[in-house]
Design a protein around this ligand. Structure first.
Ligand code: NAP
Length: 282
C-alpha cells in the first residue's frame, strides 16, 4: 500500500477550508500566517510558494515578507518583534536555512511561542518532551497522521527512526513513543545499521541521502516512511532516502517521494496556524 500524502493532505485541507470559512462569522476574521523569506534560494522560494498555495486553498490569510540576504540579524529580530506584537498575526514562520551571518537559534527563540507554527521554539520543544500542550513540529505530526490514516497500529510496535535532527528525527521518535511504540533512534555513528533497521516494524528515514536505504535493510511487511528530499544523482529527479522501487514490493505500507511526507508537512502547517489562531481567540 502506498500512502499518498498528496491525497490525504488534499482531503484534510478541504476540511480545514470548511472550518476556516466559519471563522469570520464566529471571530470576525480568518487566521493569518506570516512567512518570512530571506534571500532567494530556489528550494526555499519553492517551499514558501507551496505554503502560500496551501493557505489559499484553506482560506488562511498569508503574507509572505521577502528580505534580501543582506538583512542584518538585528533587523530580522526587530521584524519578528513587530509581528509578535501584531494582534492580527496568528502564525510566524521564518523559512530556514538563513544566511550564515544570522543565528538561527536566536531567530527561532525570538518568535513568540504562541505564534511558532513550526513548533521549533525551545518552549514548544520542551513542552513536547514533557507531554504538555504545545505546537507540534509539522513533519513529525504529518507522519503520525499518515500512519493513522493508513490504519497502521503503532502501539507495541518496534519503530526505528534513522536521523536525529531537531526538526524531524528526534520529535518523530518522541511522537512514536507517545503512541506507545518501542523506539530506536539510529544515526551516522550507529554500528551495523542494517541489523537494526531489519528489526523495524515501522521504519522512518530522515537523513538526506538519495536511496540510502536498500531492500536488504528492510524486513518483509515493514511500514516505511521516507522523509528525505533529494536529487537522484543519476536522473536528476526528486527522490527520497529510500530505494522506493526495490522496497515497495517488500513493504506493507510505504510513502512515495514526491507526494508523500512533503504535502503532509504543509498540511500540518495549516493546521498549526488554525490551532494558534483558535488558542488566541481564547
Ligand atoms: P539533518 O539535520 O541533516 O539530519 C540528518 C540526520 O541523518 C542526522 O541525524 C545524521 O546523523 C543522520 N545521518 C546522516 N547520514 C547518515 C548515515 N549514513 N547513516 C545513518 N544516519 C545518517 O536532516 P533533516 O533536517 O532531519 O532532514 C533529513 C531529510 O529529510 C532531508 O532530505 C530533508 O530535505 C528532508 N526533510 C523533508 C521534509 C518534508 O516535509 N518532506 C521536512 C524536513 C526535512 P548524525 O546526527 O550522526 O549526523
Amino acid at each position: 500500500m502506498i500512502i499518498s500524502g498528496k491525497e490525504l493532505s488534499a482531503r484534510l485541507k478541504a476540511e480545514m477550508a470548511e472550518q476556516v470559512a466559519s471563522f469570520p462569522g464566529k471571530y470576525g476574521r480568518v487566521p493569518h500566517l506570516v512567512v518570512i523569506l530571506v534571500g532567494d534560494d530556489p528550494a526555499s522560494v519553492s517551499y514558501v510558494t507551496g505554503k502560500a498555495k496551501a493557505s489559499e486553498v484553506t482560506g488562511i490569510r498569508n503574507t509572505t515578507i521577502r528580505k534580501p540576504d543582506t538583512i542584518s540579524e538585528a533587523e530580522l529580530l526587530d521584524l519578528i518583534r513587530q509581528l509578535n506584537e501584531d494582534d492580527t498575526v496568528d502564525g510566524i514562520l521564518v523559512q530556514l536555512p538563513l544566511p550564515a551571518h544570522i543565528c538561527e537559534a536566536r531567530v527561532i527563540e525570538a518568535i513568540s511561542k504562541d505564534k511558532d507554527v513550526d513548533g521549533f521554539h525551545p518552549l514548544n520543544v520542551a513542552a513536547l518532551w514533557q507531554k504538555q500542550p504545545c505546537v507540534l513540529p509539522c513533519t513529525p505530526k504529518g507522519i503520525i497522521k499518515m500512519l493513522k490514516a493508513a490504519g497502521v497500529g503503532i502501539a507495541g510496535k518496534r519503530a526505528v527512526v534513522i536521523g536525529r535532527s531537531n526538526i524531524v528525527g528526534l520529535p518523530v521518535a518522541k511522537l512514536l513513543l507517545d503512541e506507545n511504540a518501542t523506539v530506536t533512534i539510529a544515526h551516522s555513528r550507529t554500528a551495523d545499521l542494517p541489523s537494526i533497521t531489519r528489526q523495524a516494524e515501522i521504519l522512518v528515514v530522515a537523513i538526506g541521502r538519495p536511496k540510502f536505504v536498500t531492500a536488504d535493510m528492510v524486513s518483509e511487511g515493514a511500514v516505511v516512511i521516507d522523509v528525505g528530499v533529494n536529487r537522484d544523482p543519476e536522473t536528476g529527479k526528486l527522490c527520497g532516502d529510500v530505494d522506493f522501487a526495490a522496497i515497495e514490493p517488500k513493504a506493507s505500507v510505504i510513502t512515495p517521494v514526491p507526494g508523500g511526507v512533503g504535502p503532509m508537512t504543509i498540511c500540518c502547517l495549516m493546521e498549526n496556524t488554525i490551532e494558534c489562531f483558535l488558542r488566541r481567540q481564547g
